[in-house]
Ligand binder design. Structure first.
Ligand code: HXC
Length: 514
């Protein structure tokens, strides 16, 4: 037995070196960690249990039969994050550039299948040259097998992708189907076709970084949800996001201990927004005062900044925050903000994460650019997402709630559970100036002093509509609250809503306006 154990230990060691010391050195020189170093940083110490470490490819084309590595370019298995089980795969760039072979795909599919049975999240650490070119269609088939599993697992278990190197061609579609994409600055790239193909086809000259670097995907395309400067920060933040999430769609997100006897009244909220209605302010200041310890994990912080989405806790309960940002484009809803918000709302609803909506929105962004690019169908996504969500839903109207955006932002009419408004709330079909120019058009044009008439009707309109009391009279607002009471109110609401049960009509699936 002793010699057999020694042999096994030797084989294990061999597998752990991946493509060998030289390749590991090159990986480090590029500023990248190895597949195993990444796993070590991601999971609880000693919790990783590897599977398929002896799997080798079966290909014999292009002399591949002479190049076989135990594990075949991907490390797979199960581990814990803060004591909670997850499944993971980590592509090993030191073996054929982490390229995806038939057997490599089989390993990934195996842990995904198991994750679905176990109801645990799947975390993929991607660092790969894409389809293993020598294996041709077998490799493409392997990708398709993964895409199918990504799709079937969507909404069943959380799926998180980290891009820690190249991710090109059709390979990008696996991370794209997952719930969250993390990218590291400068060493990760995602694109469907690289700069050379772009140059041939469109004659555009573009660098790797500009075409598909982390910054591009965080600000322009919205593909990346999180970008950090180092792999260490990426892995830390994957641990953090997992802490906000349930293990699967039937599970509830982990709750933290909370001292309900602590002071939940915060006077700072009374002066957090300016007295002048059109003056911008930073909605992050409001979020900080409302969530536990001000600990907010913002999703897509650099994309469509006119809407803020992210995770925090309220009275220990994990919540998804969706908030208009008056500091950017006055918090207006445009195409990108609608899509960003909708995807986040649907994620939260799929995984039983209650929604906290902080509203200050002047409406949808007007203009040909928005109309021609489909603000109607994209805006409808956010509306649809809030309408179909059955998780606990709490809205606080902080200031403006104008037009269709009033309906969209989790209004009472679309199943908001508790809808609060601050006394500063302005709830109306449109802003005062636009409104009076329409409804008092004749009176203004016939007046001797048009400016005086405009001011007169403006103040009439403002008195009548720019307040929360008409909506409160109708019960569209449950309560007008003093800002300082907001944290207390939302903590109480989310505690009360713990037993909420709601559902949608039975169907195969909905047809969200994609
Ligand atoms: C097989 C590959 C490979 C691949 C890299 N390698 N990509 N082997 N199949 N797809 C190997 C290299 O031959 C090399 O082996 C080692 O990995 C490291 O690669 P380098 O080129 O030395 O590294 P680097 O300079 O860092 O460049 C990395 C790279 C480049 C940018 C990823 O290798 C590259 O452009 N690869 C091809 C990318 C690509 O076009 N893939 C197909 C995409 S289409 P040695 O033995 O020399 O160390 C696709 C379709 C998926 O994936 C479709 C799904 C539906």
């Amino acid at each position: 037995m002793k010699s057999k154990i020694e042999q096994l230990e030797k084989l294990r060691e061999e597998s752990k070196t991946g493509g060998g010391e030289d390749k590991i050195r090159v990986q480090h020189e590029k500023g990248k960690l190895t597949a195993r170093e990444r796993i070590q940083l991601l999971v609880d110490e000693g919790s990783f249990s590897e599977v398929d470490m002896f799997v080798k490819h079966r290909s014999s084309d292009f002399g591949l039969e002479k190049q076989k590595y135990s594990g075949d370019g991907v490390v797979t298995g199960f581990a814990k994050i803060n004591g909670r089980q997850i499944a993971l795969f980590s592509q090993d760039f030191t073996v054929f550039g982490g390229s995806l072979s038939e057997t490599n795909a089989e390993k990934i599919c195996k842990i995904m299948d198991m994750a679905l049975k176990l109801g645990i999240p799947v975390i993929g650490l991607n660092d790969s040259g894409g389809a293993r070119i020598q294996e041709g269609v077998n490799s493409l088939g392997g990708y398709a097998d993964i895409f199918l599993r990504n799709t079937l697992a969507s909404g069943v278990v959380p799926q998180i992708s980290a891009i820690l190197g190249p991710c090109a061609g059709g390979a990008v579609y696996s991370p794209a189907i997952t719930d969250f994409v993390f990218m590291v600055n400068h060493t990760s790239h995602m694109f469907v076709t690289g700069p050379n193909v772009v140059k041939t086809v469109t004659h555009e000259e573009v660098s790797f970084e500009d075409l598909g670097g982390a910054e591009t995907h965080a600000t322009k395309s919205g593909v990346a949800h999180f970008v950090f400067d180092s792999e260490v920060e990426i892995l830390e933040n994957i641990r953090k996001i997992v802490g906000f999430l349930p293990l699967n769609w039937k599970d509830n997100a982990p709750e933290t201990k909370f001292d309900f006897s602590s002071n939940l009244i915060n006077e700072k909220l009374d002066s957090v927004i300016p007295d002048t209605p059109n003056k911008p302010y930073n909605m992050h200041d409001v979020i900080q005062l409302l969530i536990d310890d001000g600990d907010f994990l913002e999703v897509q912080p650099n994309y469509a900044q006119n809407i803020i989405v992210g995770f925090g806790r309220v009275g220990g309960v994990s919540v998804g925050v969706v908030a208009n940002q008056p500091a950017v484009l006055a918090g207006v809803l445009d195409i990108n903000a609608s899509v960003k918000g909708a995807r986040f709302v649907r994620f939260c609803d799929a995984f039983n994460i209650p929604l906290l909506v902080l509203e200050d929105v002047p409406g949808f962004l007007p203009g040909t650019e928005q109309e021609w690019n489909g603000i109607i169908r994209h805006g409808a996504k956010l509306l649809f997402a809030f309408c179909e969500a059955t998780v606990p839903k709490v809205t606080v109207i902080v200031r403006k709630a104008y037009g269709g955006a009033y309906d969209v932002m989790n209004s009472k009419h679309i199943r908001g559970d508790f809808n609060y408004a601050w006394p500063s709330a302005e709830i109306a079909v449109m802003g005062p100036k636009g409104a009076v120019e329409i409804i008092f058009k004749k009176e203004i044009s016939q007046a001797d002093d048009k400016a005086e008439k405009l001011n007169e009707v403006l103040s009439f309109y403002i008195d009548k509509f720019t307040n929360p009391y008409i909506a409160a009279e109708r019960g569209f607002i449950d309560e007008v609250i003093i800002p300082r009471e907001t944290r207390l109110k939302i903590i109480q609401a989310f505690q009360l809503l713990k037993t909420k049960v709601d559902s949608n009509p039975k169907k195969k699936h909905c047809n969200i306006p994609l």
